[in-house]
Design a protein around this ligand. Structure first.
Ligand code: ZN
Length: 286
């Protein structure tokens, strides 16, 4: 069986149809699964979009028990004037590592700022649990989706896509016009896997330090890993934190070819890029 039998585009249309939140009245949870009701999956094993609807895991189970008629579900698909999706990250972590663009961060306070806007920020609550903050803006610089101390606030009319895995492990916010996105993944990784990934990614000069920092954060043989990736297009530069590196491209700013490759600033290193007039452009650090 294919790994994605429904298909990426169909899933996205089904999410968009319900405004990126469970359509059952007063629910609006953005962690969605895909329910087959016409025909039910065990009768048809087909992915007929008209007979499918995105639901949160709880309402998906209830729909499997035929809590709603086919006509009820069709009506839920058609409804408009939906409220904003409401969700919360359920992670409860007090120690872990953050990986972004191939950089390893071991501090539980971390900020990534682009022109004064806090793209990504980790803080701790009074019990020492990590709180996630993130922002997504569109090309008019309007904030269209946000995570505020683990609470998700989404302007569903303005975003291109919100894809929250039902397991809660991965969240993607995407702005229209193929411009900006932010993706946050959470995983409890076996220590061996975590160490071997670090060995494969990092420069020799820092790898030993990173490995020992990772080992300090082991909990029952596992390490909590938060991965943050993003692409931001500003008028004068682009910022990209992918799987293995952080890249800035200032060619639009008139520079011939100025790309900064991450990792050079090392573990927990702060990065601070300013405009000529001293105004902060990009900040990455505590
Ligand atoms: Zn629901």
């Amino acid at each position: 069986m294919a790994r994605d039998p429904i298909g990426r585009k169909k899933r996205r249309r089904l999410r968009r149809e319900v405004g990126f939140g469970c359509p059952v009245e007063d629910c609006r949870v953005p962690f969605l699964e895909y329910h087959h009701f016409d025909p039910p999956y065990n009768e048809g094993e087909m992915h007929n979009e008209d007979g499918m609807i995105a639901l949160c895991p709880i309402h998906h189970r209830q729909a499997d028990q035929r809590a709603w008629s086919i006509e009820d579900l069709r009506e839920m698909k058609r409804a408009n004037n939906r409220g904003e999706p409401k969700g919360k990250l359920g992670w409860s972590i007090d120690k872990g590592i953050v990986i972004s663009g191939g950089n390893y961060f071991f501090s539980t306070s971390l900020t990534m700022r682009i022109k004064g806007k806090e793209l990504f920020k980790l803080e701790q609550d009074h019990k020492g649990k990590i709180l996630v903050n993130a922002l997504l803006w569109n090309n008019k610089k309007e904030i269209i989706a946000e995570i505020k101390n683990n609470d998700m606030l989404i302007n569903h009319m303005r975003v291109e896509d919100i894809d929250c895995m039902a397991s809660g492990k991965e969240i993607l916010f995407k702005a229209p016009d193929d411009s900006n996105h932010v993706r946050i993944r959470f995983e409890r990784q076996p220590i061996e896997e975590c160490l071997s990934k670090a060995k494969n990614t990092l420069d020799e000069s820092i790898v030993e330090n990173v490995l020992s920092d990772i080992k300090e954060r082991v909990d029952s043989g596992m390490v909590n890993v938060i991965e943050f990736s993003t692409a931001i297009k500003e008028d004068d530069f682009t910022f990209h934190a992918g799987d293995s590196k952080i890249t800035f491209d200032f060619r639009k700013a008139g520079l011939d070819k100025a790309e900064y490759y991450g990792r050079a600033h090392g573990v927990n290193g702060a990065l601070n890029i300013a405009q000529k007039d001293g105004k902060e452009l990009i900040y990455l650090g505590k």
